[in-house]
Design a protein around this ligand. Sequence first.
Ligand SMILES: Cc1cc2nc3c(=O)[nH]c(=O)nc-3n(C[C@H](O)[C@H](O)[C@H](O)COP(=O)(O)O)c2cc1C
Length: 405
Amino acid sequence: MSDLAGKHIVLGLSGGVACYKAAEFCRGLVKAGATVQVVMTEAAEHFITPVTMQALSGRTVYSSQWDAREGNNMPHINLSREADAIVIAPASADFMARLVHGRADDLLSLLCLARPRERVPLLVAPAMNREMYAHPATQRNLAQLRADGTVVLGVGAGEQACGETGDGRMLEPDELLYEVVRHFQPKVLSGRHVLITAGPTFEAIDPVRGLTNRSSGKMGFALARAAHEAGAQVTLVAGPVALPTPRGVQRVDVMSAQDMQRAVQASADAADVFIAAAAVADWRPANAAGQKIKKDGSGEVPALAFVENPDILAGVAQGARAKGGALYCVGFAAESHDLLAHAQAKRARKGVPLLVGNIGPDTFGRDDNALLLVDEGGTTELPRDGKLALARRLVAEIARRLPRG
Ligand SMILES: Cc1cc2nc3c(=O)[nH]c(=O)nc-3n(C[C@H](O)[C@H](O)[C@H](O)COP(=O)(O)O)c2cc1C
């Protein structure tokens, strides 16, 4: 993964127990391709050593504005001008109070004040005891930081180092990494609500058996992440998969095609875009048995009769057209052969503006895929790549086709 290739991050640590998480966060930034310059307050050095941070970042750590290593003796100018972003993690209550007041009495606060604001975003990850976090002074400071254009990341809830339980834990390193990566993604779906289905459905035969398919949900989950990164509010209706919910995404778990249809209908009216990436079963057993069907030793096999499942995509597209067509519908076709012909036919059958074809056996369960986009203008190929990279490209393609919001 090289989501941060070419990015230079100044990682600032202020004094809090969560400094231990900053070590792993630093490692994550480097793994994602960023170069990292660590700057620490004096208090932060009581919690974690500059040696650890130097080893992980591969650069000597700065902590003093009087550092004579810089030719001009102005690390606050040099370090802030090199950065693509400054991320303070952890941001102590004290440090944020200093930011609010434009204080500049140590290197880290000085370089935040001296940074070119229009070019170098400042992200802060608060970390403190729940009473400190809930205090009106801290909440006032957070509001003021936001008003000043600082990106204030959320906090986690739970058990704290002090033994108390509540809001104020710093986000976990992977959550911080996600927020930084998200920050750099173009906000092409800002203000839009995107509804996505993902994964297989499960059609019960009896209480312990059922029919499903090989869809892993990875493409739909990658789309949910990409849409959220692009600034959208995202609802993800997921069939039975064990994938983690992408950060910031509202997830609704369902089992059968009928469950999925109900969940989709509940959210479709509020959505601007509907992406049907789930592999919905075409048929379900006509009569699911209420009790487990038992083998009785006679050699007789149960006969299964099927009924057709609702066509979720066609139904939503039809409903949207009836309401004036504000909802932009995108279908997926997982085929085994003749991709273009099947995708074109499915686009016409479902009545949707954009149909995305992929080869089922080449995508189910895999982390990469290749997509063929079919719309009224023709076809666009998105060659084989990681699913998240493809999802970001598809999100950009969808955004280009949306009427201006
Ligand atoms: C053991 C210990 C743990 C602390 N943990 C936190 C913390 O998690 N968050 C916080 O805002 N302050 C915490 N503090 C207080 C800060 O370290 C203190 O306000 C310090 O002045 C912050 O300095 P800085 O903002 O220059 O880094 C803690 C202090 C001690 C002694």
